[in-house]
Design a protein around this ligand. Sequence first.
Ligand code: FMN
Length: 245
Amino acid sequence: MNNVIELLKSHTSIRNFKEYPVSDETVIELIEAGQSAASSNFVQAYTVIQVKDPEKRRIMAEIAGNQKHVETSPVFLVFVADLERARLCTTLHGEKMEEGQTEAFIIATVDTALMAQNLMIAAESMGLGGVYIGALRNNPQIVSELLELPEHTYPLFGMCLGYPASINEKKPRLPVKLVLKTDTYQNGAEVQLLEKYDQTISEYYSKRSSLNRSDTYTQQLARMFSKPLRPHMKAYLSEQKLNTK
Ligand SMILES: Cc1cc2nc3c(=O)[nH]c(=O)nc-3n(C[C@H](O)[C@H](O)[C@H](O)COP(=O)(O)O)c2cc1C
C-alpha cells in the first residue's frame, strides 16, 4: 500500500477540533489542491466561501441541526455549486445562458463535490481533519441569504476543518463485492452480502467509543429512504433557476 492509499483508507470524519488556528495560507493551499481536481468540460463550476463571521456561523450551526462544530471549527467552508460564472461568460459573448438544465446542474454538483473531496484529502495529508456538512441544505434559502448567493448557484454542503482533538474509529465500508461488479449490475448476492455487512456495522456501532448504538446499515437506509428527503430542495432549486428541465 503506498502513502496516498494509506491516507485515503485512514479517513474518518473529524468533529472535534483543537483550538489551534489554521492559517489563511493553508486555506489557500487547500483551495489550490481542490482546484486541481478534474472538471467536467473544464467548467470549474464552484465557488468556496470561507465563513468567518461568528453570527453567520452561529445561524448555520443552528440550520444544521445544532451541529456545534459548524460554529467552533477553526475553518468553515461552504461549497457553492456555481453556474452564475457560466452565465457571466455566456453574456460576455453576447449570448443568453440556457437556464435550468438538469445536465448543467449535474456538472456543477459533480465539479463541486470532486473539488471538495480533493481539498479534504489535501487537508488530511497535512494532519488536518474535517467533516462535510450536508445539513446546511436543511435551509438552503437562509444560507443563500446569509452568503448573498445569486441565482444559478446553490450551497451544496459545508465543511469544518481543523486539527483533530480526537479521532473516531474507522467506519467499515460495504464489501467490495457489493460495489464492484463485472459486465452487469446483477449478481444475485446482494441480500446475503448486505446481511453480512449488517453484522459488521452493528458490531462497529455497538463497540465504538463514542455515540455507540444498536443499529444496522439496512435499518439506517430503510429509515432514511422511506420518507421524504428535504422535499423543499426542488422548489428552492427552481427559484435559483437550476434543474428545472
Ligand atoms: C455530502 C456529505 C454530507 C455530510 N453531512 C454531514 C453532516 O451534516 N454532519 C455530520 O456530522 N456528518 C456529515 N457527513 C459525514 C458522514 O456522516 C460520514 O462521512 C459517514 O458517516 C462516514 O463516516 P466517516 O467519514 O467517518 O468515514 C457528511 C458526508 C458527506 C459526504
